[in-house]
Design a binder for this molecule. Structure first.
Ligand SMILES: Nc1ncnc2c1ncn2[C@@H]1O[C@H](COP(=O)(O)OP(=O)(O)OP(=O)(O)O)[C@@H](O)[C@H]1O
Length: 322
């Protein structure tokens, strides 16, 4: 049996631009999401996240490549796949504000042919899960953003989906509402639902995801657990230094190289503001000696430095900074 609930194999998607030319929004992306895991998809604006989510939620067909969900090839089995997936977009779309939460769920459950006792039971169960039982008979327009978003989850679970796709689900939520939302997501994954979500909140992505994929300009640039992404770029050491009075990037790198020689393996992320160069370098030598490092710091023009593992934000910038 395929352990992957979502599998994209060399999937591309092209959009026609107004001037008639083709724009490649996704370029041969391959991605696997294991059953019962939470997978975060991150990338800059325009990277192709929503396009990926739309393809998986069957709203958009890929231009080429193969999409397999729960072991079934998507393109020729749309109905079979649709039964077992659902998607939730962030923001406040997809709900009828003049209706109560219960009425919304009754309406949407009818679309899945749920009726009678079965429908009643399902709605009761979901209202409890998202903690809206007490306000179930109030109009949605009186709800806070967090409550609306929890109702969206309930809506998205009406068909007992085995795969849940969430596009920026916590957008606009305050910390506490986002926390409540994440707890529901964790609960669902623990019960076997496979979850793929996009977000621009990297802290949240790291907190929630079993695996993370970084997409940039329509291509997947990294994928794995946060730990794997970390070790891919930084081995054990990661130096963040602010270098002053250095004329250019090359000279800043030379400063590091003079001390660390071949151990200096990556110097991709460098930002310059005035005459301060902020650089993050990974060093291949895991047992970097403290004496060597402090002598380096004293003798160079480094103003601040710290050693540690790269944060997801640093990993993200490393992979998405051109
Ligand atoms: N219908 C369309 N027609 C033409 N180009 C499109 C269309 N939809 C998306 N694009 C382009 O495809 C690229 C990928 O868009 P997509 O919405 O998938 O990115 P995204 O990663 O979700 O970005 P964001 O974080 O801003 O939501 C962008 O350059 C976008 O302008």
């Amino acid at each position: 049996m395929n352990e992957y609930m979502i599998n994209l194999d060399k999937v591309s998607r092209t959009y026609k631009e107004k001037n008639g030319t083709d724009f490649v929004a996704l370029n041969q992306i391959s991605l696997n999401v294991k059953k019962g895991t939470i997978h975060g998809l991150i990338g800059p604006n325009g990277a192709g996240k929503s396009t990926t989510m739309k393809i998986l939620s069957t709203l958009l067909l890929p231009s080429s490549g193969t999409v397999t969900m729960k072991g079934i090839e998507l393109q020729s089995n749309l109905n079979a796949v649709r039964q077992d997936i659902n998607f939730i977009y962030g923001g406040e779309r997809d709900l009828y504000w003049r209706l109560t939460a219960r009425e919304n769920l009754e309406y949407f459950s009818a679309l899945y042919s749920l009726k009678g006792v079965e429908q009643k039971e399902k709605i009761k169960e979901l209202l409890e899960l998202v903690q809206l039982t007490d306000v179930a008979n109030k109009k949605v327009e009186t709800y806070s953003k967090g409550m609306k978003q929890r109702l969206q989850i309930a809506r998205g679970l009406l068909n007992n989906p085995r795969i849940l796709l969430l596009d920026e689900p916590t957008i606009g939520l305050d910390r506490q509402s986002a926390e409540e939302f994440k707890n529901i997501i964790r609960h669902l994954a623990a019960n076997g639902t496979t979850i793929l979500f996009t977000s621009h909140y990297l802290e949240e992505v790291e907190d929630l995801s079993d695996e993370i994929t970084i997409i940039s300009r329509g291509e997947i640039v990294a994928s794995g657990t946060a730990q794997e992404l970390r070790s891919n770029i930084g081995k054990e050491l990661y130096v963040h230094a602010v270098v002053e009075n250095v004329v250019n990037r090359k000279q800043a790198i030379t400063l590091f190289s003079r001390y660390f020689g071949d151990e200096l393996s990556v110097e991709k992320y460098v930002e310059r503001t005035g005459n301060v160069i902020e650089m993050k370098v990974s060093l291949s030598n895991k047992k970097l000696d403290d004496v060597k490092l402090s002598s380096f710091v004293q003798n160079s023009k480094i103003r601040e430095w710290k050693i540690g593992s790269p944060s997801l934000d640093e990993i993200y910038r490393y992979y998405t900074t051109v």
